[in-house]
Design a protein around this ligand. Structure first.
Ligand SMILES: CC(C)(COP(=O)(O)OP(=O)(O)OC[C@H]1O[C@@H](n2cnc3c(N)ncnc32)[C@H](O)[C@@H]1OP(=O)(O)O)[C@@H](O)C(=O)NCCC(=O)NCCS
Length: 198
């Protein structure tokens, strides 16, 4: 185990630090009610096109500096999104795709919620809860023993408590360091102004 002394540590310029919390559950929790009047539809996208996937990933994730999938070349991305054990869903609302759900069943008897996110316009309208209810139904319909997710300090501040209210138990933290994806051209420079570029 890494020994870390208490204190502050300087980081190289252009480095984006991030505290990641891992959460898991081992059985499907009791259903929470769907908020009323949710007018959204969840659509499984089989054989997603890379351009469609990247556009939705930007649409949802730029505000939170999501970058991992953007760093993959075509073959790398295709290997993930073209794998039949990776289920990709779009949240369709107000006439367009406004949310991304990606469930990764590649490890045996487990499912990772690899991506769970709504575009800004949908946040806070009850659609997150509705989407989590659909996620739990889909994931636990598979022969899994564990459902897990991680969220980080760059994500929406409501995400971690939302996952905890959903029945996930936090079990591990990690520190992640990355080159700021705006500085390496993966994400537009004006994205996430709440996170200064240093
Ligand atoms: C994390 C995220 C999905 C949460 O969704 P959200 O839209 O903020 O949450 P909701 O509005 O659906 O739900 C929040 C609560 O308000 C309630 N609520 C919201 N609108 C409501 C309404 N109109 N009527 C009744 N209840 C409502 C929900 O029931 C829920 O309560 P509960 O948790 O006690 O069940 C969303 O913030 C998001 O996508 N953020 C951006 C991407 C991100 O950070 N993703 C996480 C990465 S790991």
């Amino acid at each position: 185990m890494l020994e870390i002394a208490d204190g502050y540590y300087d980081l190289p310029r252009g480095t984006l630090p991030n505290v990641v919390t891992f959460l898991e559950m081992h059985a499907c929790p009791p259903a929470r009610p769907d908020p009323p009047n949710v007018r959204a539809r969840l659509r499984r996208v089989e054989h997603p096109e890379r351009a469609w996937y990247r556009a939705l990933y930007h649409h949802v994730g730029d505000a939170y500096l999501w970058y991992s999938r953007l760093a993959l070349d075509d073959d790398g991305l295709q290997a993930v999104i073209g794998d039949p054990r990776v289920e990709i869903y779009a949240v369709h609302c107000d006439g367009r795709d406004e949310g991304l759900l990606e469930l990764d069943f590649r490890a045996s008897e487990a499912c990772e919620i690899a991506y769970f996110g709504l575009a800004d316009a949908l946040v806070g309208r009850g659609i997150g809860r509705w989407l989590m209810n659909r996620t739990l139904e889909i994931a636990w319909a598979h022969p899994i023993r564990r459902l897990w997710v991680h969220t980080c300090t760059l994500d929406h501040p409501g995400a971690l408590p939302f996952y905890m209210r959903s029945g996930f138990i936090p079990y591990k933290r990690q520190l992640e360091f990355a080159r700021d994806p705006r500085l390496v051209g993966l994400v537009p420079r004006d994205a996430a102004p709440q996170v200064p570029m240093i």
